[in-house]
Design a protein around this ligand. Sequence first.
Ligand code: SF4
Length: 320
Amino acid sequence: MYVNKESSRKYIFGPVPSRRLGLSLGIDIIPHKICTLDCLYCEVGRTNCLSVKKEHFYSVDSIIEEFEREYISLKDSLDVVTITGSGEPTLNEDLDEIATRVKKISEHPVAILTNSTKITDEKVAEALKKFDIVVPSIDAASQDVFKKINRPEESLDIEKINEALVKFSNDFDGKLLIELLLVKDINDSETELKKISDIVKRCRYESLQLNTVFRPPAYTGTRGLNESELIDVFLKMKSFGIKVERVSNFIKTFSHEAGDEKERVFELLTMRPCTVYEVASVFGISVEKSELIINDYLSKSQLSEEEHDSKKFYFSSLKK
Ligand code: SF4
């Protein structure tokens, strides 16, 4: 997360809008930039202290004092309070106390964004259980992919981390919103996505959000997926039985903003051929509605159809 704090604030930032969480007041509890990972795509920059060691970074009293002051003046406009930062927040040894005290003050749900790597530590897992919402990342299921995309501290083992995430999710009573960030040609292969979905399926979670590289990454040359590729992954994860959220600029625009749904379906079919079921799935509409829209364009010869593998695909006639 990109953290831009006003000069009168040391720990608090925002409110910042988040599509998943709403308007969020952030609390940054890690000095820039201490992390267990050095992700290719990190928007905070390269990790200058790669560490798995928990520390007492700040006085808890000073974090809570600043939070209380800012929260009181901003609370009417908020949806959520989020602990995050310019590094991995679970490296803060005082996480449990911070969560407990923030929750005493906040009338809003309290969330935390974590890269999941410290979830193997029982004390961290216990502290995470204090939150109403936990947003853990899972970018890999194989150690080689983990090393490439997340550039971890050398002791970290992705299989142990993912197993601990599965266990945590089943012990946790709050909302678990998992994030998967996709980097082109690194973690987007069918094999890796299947392995990731096998882990996610064993979790008790609300949804998996797909994301990609939208902002300047820490390492140049790191590429995100384009809209069509994201839709492919979205549909693939759905076919694996994952409760996946529509995301990316494209899907977000198509799913959540006002406008003509018909036109948006047409735009999708200009970009890539889809079945009726895929259109319904991308837009979260019924198969019947998707059929009605497609049939209307077919009747005006603006869409064409073609059979492949016993499935009917529709696409814009303009493409031919
Ligand atoms: S987990 Fe990755 S993306 Fe998050 S702060 Fe650390 S290096 Fe950046």
